[in-house]
Design a protein around this ligand. Sequence first.
Ligand code: FES
Ligand code: FES
Length: 161
Amino acid sequence: MTVSVSIALEVNGERIEAHVAPRLNLADFLREHLKLTGTHVGCEHGVCGACTVRVGGEIVRSCLMLAVQVDGASVETIEGLSDSGEIADLQAAFRDRNALQCGFCTPAMLIAAQDLLRQNGTPDREEIRAHLAGNYCRCTGYQAIIDAVESTARARAGRTG
Ligand code: FES
Ligand code: FES
C-alpha cells in the first residue's frame, strides 16, 4: 500500500487540500493533480528551468521540490500570474518581439523575467541575460527574449517615472 500524505496549501490564491505520495514532485503535482499544465517539465533534474514557479514569492524549480515541501506555502504558477494580469505587458512584449516559437520555455521564462523586474526595474541586457541563464530556450537564440524583457522594463519605468 502506498502511503499518502495530507497537504494544504494555496495555489494561485486558492486553498487546496490534497493527499500526495511522499515522493511526488511539485511539478507533477501541479500538472497532474491540479491540471496546471503551464508548468512544463523538461529535464526533471534542475537544469532547464522549464518548471519554474513561485513558492512564497521566490522562484524555484518545481521538479526539484516535493509536493509535501509546499505544505502551508503559497504557490503561484504561470496560470495565476497570467490571470491576475501581473505580466500582461511582458506577455504582450514576448508576442510583439517574437520571443517565443514553440513556447515550451515561455511560461517559465516569463516567471523568471518577472522575478528580475520585481527586483530590478531597470536591468541592463547583461543583467537580463544573467538572470535568465538558468532557463533554456532551444528556439529563439535568446536575443528576442532579452529585447522583450528590456522593452517591458523601459515601459514600466516610463509609467512609474
Ligand atoms: S524540468 Fe525542472 S529544471 Fe528542467
Ligand atoms: S520558444 Fe521553443 S524552447 Fe523557447
